[in-house]
Structures are given as structure tokens and as C-alpha cells.
Design a protein around this ligand. Structure first.
Ligand SMILES: NC(=O)c1ccc[n+]([C@@H]2O[C@H](COP(=O)([O-])OP(=O)(O)OC[C@H]3O[C@@H](n4cnc5c(N)ncnc54)[C@H](O)[C@@H]3O)[C@@H](O)[C@H]2O)c1
Length: 437
């Protein structure tokens, strides 16, 4: 544990704490001892919603960077007056604080080890998406949650987002007719990627711990904070980062366990070849990728790229369901839209309903999480279904890396007849970290 920080204890802070508690009804019901592991941008977005909901006592914060956790501690203190203890090592935190709830907002390569450890410590877990960095990590997360009998909510907040629910009800009502094809996509802009010089590890940052079970690359501000999404050692690029939300809509709609066959291609034709040397580096994730997922009864595709779309195509992100009666698009800030096959029937539209500044639905997902704990029920983005949704981009990435189609048994969750590709369901861990079973 780093030295216990000095916390503000001004009258203003106390006054804010009191008033905010009453505003959010915190004085009704139990307060859960809650810890946050990974106190950066998104971790704090979740914790702020948890505080606003009023049912947590923030007992501890953890981050590989002392500055990040110290700032997070100040913010918590100014929000509700709690004085969380600060830890760089999550194992020490779990051991000493024994939290009832653990929120995990670390990069993807850490999700499995930390959420499994939190489950084993008996905590309910709110972990960010995608569940794992590799498929077998994600399977181990499911097992750990089941064995511990705790609630695990995964940050797929679009499962409860009002405009998503509205669109999904419309789709499930049969208004789109029989769906033959689904297309999930993120289209953005980009050009050739310039390498960035590596730099000194910032003071107070434990870079070895940040890299953890993954290979240690030279520190570079392209990687942390946030940029790790584009580095395959720590994440799986746009398809797993953004794509998991949009691919999740497909399993939510269909109730399928998974596809039978996956084929994925892609590359870095625009970004250029990856660079990694002692002086500088670029990302190494593909700048464009196309994946086809063959399901029983329909085909789904994923596409992301950084080259322009004709101006007429107004949807740049989301999931399109192509049915006999028309096409339904479920998007982000553009809400949902239905384009009937017969134009005389008129287009239908639902505006987005999101929380700002970052356009999410965390408050609803958090409320559902607490309710699930109290009612001993599965939450809306429970670990089993979020695991299956996370497997879609992970299988896409596996096919991309193996450079061939993958036959998948969605019930046994095994690759059929390809021992070489099956190895890519796991990865080698850097010692002393052990791959979860
Ligand atoms: N659900 C959503 O819509 C959504 C949106 C954004 C981000 N996310 C997810 O949130 C997570 C965090 O993303 P971010 O953008 O905030 O990343 P970030 O890099 O800004 O923050 C991650 C933090 O984790 C810390 N960290 C790294 N290793 C650690 C360790 N071993 N122990 C403790 N802390 C450690 C880092 O120092 C950093 O402060 C990711 O899983 C991301 O996919 C989800």
C-alpha cells in the first residue's frame, strides 16, 4: 500500500457530501464497501455513477500510477467525503480491504486475473468489456464467478440503454420481418501512422505492473493512458474495443450461443507496417478488418476501417438488421432508425437516450447490478452472456491471426479440427503471472 494520502476535510466537502447523499437517496439501504481497480478515465466514470446512486462506501482505489489514484482519491473525497485507501497492487487491496464490490477498469489484458481474484475474494464484480484478452481467460472468468456464486456485471451498458431496448423490442416484435443478415460496423477516418518516440516511465508509475502478464514494451504515451487499445499485447484493436458493443446486439437479439464459422481478414494498409524498436513505436492492430460470422439461420459481419464512406451513408457506427420488411439500424448518438422496404410505410426513428459527457448508460447498468446483488438474480450484462459476446471479436481476431477460417462449436466452445488455431484461444503469460484455468 502506498502511504495513506492526506484527504481534504473542508467544510465545503462535507456539505457537498451531505447534500449529494440526500439527492441520490443514499440514506436508504446498505452501503457496500467498494473498491476500484484501474482508476483512469472509464473506471472513474463507473465509480462516479456508483457514488451518485448512493449505495457505496468507497473503501479503496488501485492503480499502477500513483498520480492517477491520488487524483481519483481527491475526486472521490470531493464527491462524497469517503477516504479510500490507495494501493498499487490489487492483491494487497483484496487481501487487506475485503471489499464487497470490486469495479475493474483496467486495460483488457488485466480483466481476467483481476476479476477472478475479486470473485475468489468473495466480492461482486463490475468488470469492463471485453471480458478477456483471449478466449480461455474469458472462460475462466465465467467459471470463477459460478464457483464463487457472486454477481458479475460486464460493462456492456448498451444492453440496458433505453434506445437500444426500444429498438430491440421493435425488432423482436417482428416489425423488421425475418432477418437474413446483420452488419456491425465502425467507420472512422485516419491516415498513415507516425511512430512516436518512447519515453521515460512517468514518476510513480509501475510500468512492470501495468504490463503484468503481457509482454513489456518500452513505455510510450501512445500506449498509456488509453492508447493500449491499438496494441495487440494488451487488447484486440477496434473490433474488440468498440465492436463488442455492436456484436453484442446480435446475440442479444438472436439468443444464439455463437457462430459456427468465422472468417476474418484485415491489415494496416493505411496506417502502415507496425514499428517497435528501442527508440519509437506505432500501434500494431489492424486499421481495417472484415469478419464474417456464420450463424444457424443468418449471417453477421463486422467491419471497421479508416477510409471515407459516401456522404449519403449517414450511419457511421452501429448494427444494421436486414429483414424482409426493411432495415433497422441501431446506433449511438444517432439513436435507432427503421427504413421499410416499402417507402410508403414511412421511416421510423427513436432518438438516443444517453448520459453525457461520454454518451453511455452506466447509471442504469449500475442500478441493475445492485438490484441483481440484492435479489440474487443474474444482471442484464451477466458474465455468461457477456463472455459469449466477447468471444465474437476474440474469434474474429483469432481467425485474423491464424489467417484462415475457424470452425467453432458454440456449445462446447471449442475450435473444431484445428489444433494450431486452438492454441490461440490462450496465450503465454509473463512470469510470475499464471494463465487462469
Ligand atoms: N463500456 C464502455 O463503453 C467503455 C468505454 C470506455 C472504456 N471502457 C473500458 O474501460 C477500461 C479502461 O479503459 P480506459 O480508457 O479508462 O483506460 P485507461 O488507460 O485510461 O485507464 C486504465 C487504468 O488502469 C490502470 N492500470 C493498468 N494496469 C493496472 C493494474 N495492474 N492495477 C491497477 N491499475 C492498473 C492504468 O494505470 C490506468 O490508469 C477498458 O477495459 C475499456 O475497454 C469501456
Amino acid at each position: 500500500m502506498t502511504s495513506r494520502r492526506q484527504f481534504l476535510s473542508t467544510a465545503t466537502t462535507a456539505a457537498f457530501a451531505t447534500s449529494s447523499f440526500h439527492i441520490f437517496g443514499a440514506d436508504t439501504g446498505k452501503k457496500y464497501r467498494t473498491a476500484l481497480i484501474g482508476s483512469g478515465w472509464w473506471g472513474m466514470n463507473i465509480l462516479k455513477e456508483a457514488i451518485a446512486h448512493g449505495r457505496v462506501k468507497v473503501c479503496a482505489l488501485c492503480d499502477a500510477s500513483e498520480d492517477v489514484m491520488s487524483n481519483a482519491g481527491d475526486e472521490v473525497n470531493s464527491l462524497n467525503g469517503d477516504e479510500p485507501k490507495l494501493y498499487q497492487d490489487y492483491r494487497e487491496l483484496l487481501d487487506k480491504e475485503k471489499p464487497e464490490i470490486v469495479i475493474i477498469g483496467t486495460p483488457d489484458h488485466w480483466h481476467a486475473l483481476q476479476s477472478i481474484a475479486a470473485c475468489q475474494a468473495g466480492a461482486h464484480v463490475y468488470v469492463e468489456k471485453p471480458t478477456g484478452h483471449t478466449i480461455n481467460e474469458s472462460k475462466a472468468m465465467v467459471k470463477a464467478a459460478q464457483k464463487a456464486g457472486v454477481v458479475v456485471q460486464v460493462g456492456l451498458h448498451r444492453r440496458i440503454g433505453p434506445h437500444h431496448v426500444e429498438a430491440m423490442n421493435f425488432l423482436k416484435s417482428g416489425a423488421v420481418g425475418k432477418v437474413e443478415k446483420v452488419r456491425a460496423f465502425v467507420l472512422s477516418k485516419g491516415g498513415p501512422e507516425q511512430p512516436k518516440p518512447n519515453s521515460k516511465v512517468p514518476e510513480g508509475m509501475d510500468w512492470d505492473l501495468w504490463c503484468g502478464p503481457a509482454p513489456v514494451r518500452p513505455f510510450n504515451t501512445k500506449i498509456a493512458p488509453g492508447g493500449w487499445r491499438g496494441f495487440l499485447d494488451y487488447a484486440n484493436g477496434t473490433m474488440a474495443d468498440w465492436g463488442v458493443h455492436w456484436l453484442d446486439q446480435i446475440l442479444w437479439w438472436s439468443g444464439e450461443k455463437g457462430p459456427k464459422k468465422i472468417t476474418c481478414t484485415g491489415g494496416r494498409e493505411v496506417a502502415g507496417p507496425p514499428v517497435l524498436n528501442e527508440k519509437e513505436q506505432t500501434t500494431d492492430a489492424p486499421d481495417h478488418q472484415e469478419a464474417t460470422f456464420e450463424f444457424e439461420g443468418f449471417t453477421a459481419t463486422w467491419e471497421h476501417r479508416k477510409t471515407p464512406e459516401p456522404p449519403s451513408d449517414k450511419h457511421k457506427i452501429g448494427t444494421c438488421f436486414y429483414g424482409e420488411k426493411g432495415m433497422l439500424h441501431i446506433g449511438w448518438r444517432d439513436g435507432w432508425s427503421f427504413y421499410p422496404t416499402n417507402p410508403k410505410e414511412g421511416e421510423k426513428h427513436g432518438d438516443h437516450k444517453l448520459q453525457e459527457p461520454d454518451g453511455h448508460n452506466i447509471a442504469l447498468l449500475w442500478k441493475d447490478f445492485i438490484d441483481a446483488i440484492e435479489k440474487k438474480r443474474a444482471p442484464v450484462a451477466d458474465i455468461e452472456s457477456a463472455h459469449r459476446s466477447s468471444c465474437l471479436p476474440l474469434l474474429g481476431m483469432l481467425s485474423y491471426k491464424a489467417r484462415r477460417s475457424i470452425q467453432w462449436d458454440p456449445v462446447k466452445e471449442e475450435i473444431i479440427g484445428d489444433a494450431e488455431a486452438s492454441k490461440l484461444m490462450g496465450r503465454e503469460y509473463r512470469k510470475p503471472w499464471a494463465y487462469p484455468v
